[in-house]
Design a protein around this ligand. Structure first.
Ligand SMILES: Nc1ncnc2c1ncn2[C@@H]1O[C@H](COP(=O)(O)OP(=O)(O)O)[C@@H](O)[C@H]1O
Ligand SMILES: [Mg+2]
Length: 220
């Protein structure tokens, strides 16, 4: 029997052996599109786990060793400022990769769920996981999506990371190359339709949007 390593919102991740994991969507799905993206960005030097096999809802991936950025921020092994800088850099690096097939030269690959739970801090550097939401589009949308996800934590009064999330957002938006404001409305609309969002998160999404607006205006 393989050991369950971690469970995210959508997937369970099992250790197959020392170097491989099985990532399985609990409610089914098709990993074809995300595998194509992962291989494309990997070919351009972007840090993602190597894909060994893909079939239906299952992915066999390189096993990453290290805490998620959220865990590292939580236990104090990573400073907030460093986390914000690393996340901004991961967004920027992704958005430097050109999309060969795109007609609009500004089109880039977007992750659209690039937040501290989807970054694993390995000895070799940060590695980005969980490419399910990835599409092609304007980079500002990706920055706006990351910002709104973090702002949603910052506006939750009972969340253990409330204060730190606002500071993290401030560092992040002081470092990102792209100004998220032009795509903030689109990001909020997209975020609001995500099935796992709670009623409470939905009720506060406007507040999160206002926070992103205030902080982005201060930096861009
Ligand atoms: N390649 C990997 N190696 C080791 N752990 C992983 C790997 N991929 C994911 N994980 C762990 O599993 C968790 C959930 O994976 P993720 O791909 O983010 O799924 P979800 O869509 O459910 O959030 C991650 O937060 C991480 O702790
Ligand atoms: Mg995840």
């Amino acid at each position: 029997m393989t050991a369950l390593l971690a469970s995210g919102r959508d997937a369970d991740v099992y250790a197959l052996d020392e170097r491989r994991v099985l990532r399985r969507y609990r409610r089914g799905g098709d990993v074809t599109a995300e595998v194509t993206v992962m291989r494309y960005v990997a070919d351009h030097g972007y840090p993602v786990p190597r894909v060994y096999e893909a079939d239906g809802a299952d992915l066999i991936l390189e096993r990453l060793d290290g805490p998620t950025m959220l865990q590292a921020l939580g236990d104090g092994t990573m400073h907030l400022r460093d986390g914000g800088v690393v996340l901004a850099d991961l967004l920027d690096r992704l958005h430097r990769i050109r999309v060969r097939s795109a007609t609009d030269p500004g089109t880039r690959i977007l992750h659209l769920d690039l937040h501290p739970e989807n970054v694993v801090m390995t000895e070799g550097g940060p590695v980005v996981i969980d490419w399910r939401n990835s599409i092609e589009g304007p980079p500002e949308l990706d920055v706006a999506m990351t910002a709104i996800i973090i702002a949603q934590v910052a506006v939750k009064p009972d969340h253990p990371f409330t204060d730190r999330a606002e500071e993290f957002l401030d560092v992040l938006l002081s470092c990102t190359r792209d100004n998220p404001l032009s795509q903030l409305e689109a990001a909020v609309r997209r975020r609001a339709t995500e099935p796992h969002l709670t009623d409470d998160e939905l009720a506060h999404i406007h507040e999160a949007k206002l926070l992103v607006t205030t902080i982005a205006r201060a930096h861009h």
